[in-house]
Write a new protein. Structure first.
Lengths: 125, 156
């Protein structure tokens, strides 16, 4: 089972997200790095630009999964990072198997979308 | 190593309440259930889509994430059931009793997460025997002394 969804994910009216790479951090977090492509460039730059004072913050309404935006100075090539605790990811995979679920990834597109939109709301942008 | 530590650590109690707009921290109906258990040191959790079991403090700190329209219902249910089962596997052994109020639209997913699908050979989660359900009263629902007394007694 994949850890992160590989299909494009729509982050509301703001942007689309596409998985580019997966990293494993020393603190046992598995992190998916998603490239963002704007749906509406002006709105996107306004909202994403507003995140600059929130850099490095891990938005984690649950302790097991978090998201963070990486916004470079020029606001190009913005990255959405989605992290999950490795032990929890393994438990979710077992649970999907036990429940005969048809899910194709441990972290669903629904979760990525919900957390990314939640972050934008929380940041007030 | 972590399982040894979990075994040695003093056992705690957990209260899981399905949350909605009407039943959430700060609302009188919710506070009547959660206030005393909090004072007793019980860990109080919400049961919410799509994340399943969530500490009530997180619900208070990040209310926006629970108001986002969720979309695909099948995906949401699969996600919520799997996360709940994973939570029970990882965090359930910390508790010697987990008290659940079977209420709300998604409570069927709780049962699915605990028992597994019908006609499945998969066993229920390991902590299933530590789970106690306290159903709402048939006429007064989540309000009223009879239900609240039963709930608080289950946590004592």
């Amino acid at each position: 089972m994949k850890v992160f969804p590989t299909d494009p994910i729509s982050i509301g009216a703001v942007a689309g997200a596409q998985l580019r790479a997966i990293r494993v951090l020393p603190d046992h977090q598995v992190v998916g790095c998603f490239d963002l492509s704007p749906h509406d460039v002006e709105e996107y730059l306004d909202r994403i630009g507003g995140l600059r004072n929130r850099l490095g913050y891990r938005y984690a309404p649950t302790s097991e999964v978090w998201v963070s935006f990486v916004v470079p100075e020029d606001r190009d090539d913005v990255e959405l990072l989605v992290g999950i605790d490795r032990r929890f990811a393994e438990a979710v995979e077992r649970a999907h198997r036990d429940l005969h679920s048809k899910a194709s990834s441990i972290v669903s597109g629904l979760t990525v979308r919900t957390l990314a939109l939640g972050y934008l709301d929380w940041a007030g942008v | 190593m972590s399982s040894i530590l979990t075994t040695l650590a003093p056992k705690r109690r957990a209260l899981i309440v399905p949350m909605s707009g009407a039943v959430c921290p700060g609302r009188s109906i919710y506070e009547a259930m959660a206030q005393r258990p909090r004072q007793w040191g019980v860990d109080v959790y919400g049961f919410l889509p799509p994340f399943g079991v969530v500490p009530e403090a997180s619900v208070g700190a990040f209310p926006e994430v629970y108001q986002i329209s969720q979309g695909n219902q099948r995906a949401l249910c699969e996600e919520m059931a799997a996360r709940t089962r994973a939570w029970l596997e990882l965090h359930g052994p910390r508790y010697d009793r987990i008290v659940v109020v079977p209420h709300g639209d998604y409570i069927g997913l709780w049962t699915l997460a605990v028992q597994g699908p019908k006609r499945s050979r998969r066993p229920p989660v390991e902590v299933a025997s530590n789970i106690v359900t306290v159903p709402p009263h048939r006429s007064t629902g989540l309000r009223g002394r009879i239900f609240l007394n039963k709930l608080h007694k289950a946590l004592m």
